[in-house]
Write a protein that binds this ligand. Structure first.
Ligand SMILES: *Cc1c(COP(=O)(O)O)cnc(C)c1O
Length: 391
């Protein structure tokens, strides 16, 4: 354990800005001074030079981000959130009517809304993938569904509402073997658990959670682009005219556009450029701190938190106690609620999350308390929360 605590200490030194009671890395984590400085420095540069003249070369940021999943810089598109990234990816995917899309009941609320809407409008059929009693996808069951015919599989690596780490590498290998594209939502997993080796066609992520970048930035990493994958709407930054536009319109003739190569088709040219720079800085810091040591440190923190909190005041941890994630969720005892416990925690200067059922409407039956300690969280903070729950 000492080596892992050591990694936490290294990280903590870099992150001495994290407020003591902050236990909401899964909601909105705390950017380091270096990240904030990079954001502010770019805003100043935009003011001094003019925004267009200040446009940065983000290739190093794209490379660092893509490396977290084993992809390359041309596979990265920056958007404004994970939700926007998922909407761009699925909204532009030309799946014919009758296509079968696999998803799990643990899926994120906005993604389910999107899937239901796209299914209704485009004639896609939604196929629920089997999970076990802990809501973990059952690879054998997924294999059987793939054999029965699927055209796309969408999985959240870790849900917003539940600390179970889905067997993404196994599902990815099964999809690859079946020739079925696999979309992995890494909003809660990148910067938290190992994502390399999952072999997804596309990854959907967000900056402000475990990567501790600024708010307002999300991203797609698309190593498995196919001709059926396009942006939902063509844009001048992401598409080219198939032929040079004519100065004189020819009646009856329409101009076609084609997507530019790579993930750039999904990216808006206008955006929070300073935020993209901040995310790039946060990802570089993550590489410097050592991804595998941090993953191990966070898994330890999560297990420790579950051990300390399970049973406190009758609260029960919802996922298996030994789950290797630092996203811990608790169900209330009779007579208490997640909202009231979060308010008591706030009175004790502890920041925890409340996850409403809408976040995972097919899985959550009541709101849960979410405890997600950032790297370097002192044990005393977890003890303080256990005392609040026991009250
Ligand atoms: C937060 C989250 C999202 C959405 O990301 P935003 O940046 O908030 O739009 C999607 N999926 C999961 C699992 C999440 O936790």
């Amino acid at each position: 354990m000492s080596a892992r605590v050591g990694a936490g200490e290294v990280w903590r030194a870099a992150r001495s800005v994290v407020p003591a009671g902050h236990l909401d890395a899964a909601g909105c984590n705390v950017p380091t001074d270096r990240v904030l400085d990079a954001v502010v420095a770019h805003l100043r540069l935009e003011r001094e030079r003019g925004g267009y003249a200040a446009v940065p070369d983000l290739t190093a940021s794209r490379s660092a981000l893509a490396a977290l999943v084993g992809a390359g810089p041309a596979d990265v598109a920056f958007l404004e959130s994970g939700t926007a990234a998922m909407a761009a990816l699925l909204g532009g995917w030309r799946l014919p009517p009758g296509s079968r899309v696999g998803y799990a009941r643990t899926e994120y609320g906005s993604t389910l809304m999107l899937l239901h809407r796209l299914a209704a409008r485009r004639g896609w059929r939604l196929v629920e993938l089997p999970v076990d009693g802990t809501a973990r996808l059952d690879p054998e069951g997924v294999r059987a569904r793939l054999a029965a015919g699927l055209d796309l599989v969408i999985v959240s690596h870790i849900g917003s509402h539940h600390g179970v780490v889905q067997p993404a590498a196994e599902i990815g290998a099964l999809c690859r073997a079946a020739g079925v594209p696999f979309v992995l939502d890494v909003c809660q997993s990148l910067g938290h658990v190992e994502v390399r080796g999952t072999d997804a066609s596309a990854y959907v992520g967000t900056s402000r959670k475990w990567l501790a970048g600024p708010r307002g930035v999300g991203f797609l990493i698309v190593p498995g682009l196919t001709p059926a994958m396009d942006a939902p709407a063509p844009t001048l930054s992401g598409h080219l005219w198939e032929e040079p536009p004519r100065t004189e319109e020819v009646p009856g003739r329409t101009r076609e556009s084609v997507p530019v190569p790579g993930a750039a088709r999904y990216e808006s040219s206008e955006g929070a450029i300073a935020g993209r720079i901040g995310l790039g800085t946060a990802v570089l810091e993550f590489h410097e701190a050592g991804p595998s040591e941090l993953h191990a440190h966070l898994a330890d923190l999560g297990r420790t938190a579950r051990g300390l909190l399970d049973g406190a005041g009758g609260w029960r941890v919802a996922e298996p106690l030994g789950e290797p994630s630092a996203l811990v969720t608790l169900r209330p005892p009779p007579g208490d609620t997640a909202e009231r416990a979060a308010a008591r925690a706030a009175d004790a200067s502890l920041l925890v999350g409340v996850v409403p059922t809408a976040r995972a409407p097919l899985h959550l039956r009541e709101p849960v308390l979410r405890v997600s300690p950032p790297p370097g969280t002192p044990l005393e903070t977890l003890h303080a929360l256990a005392r609040v729950l026991a009250r």
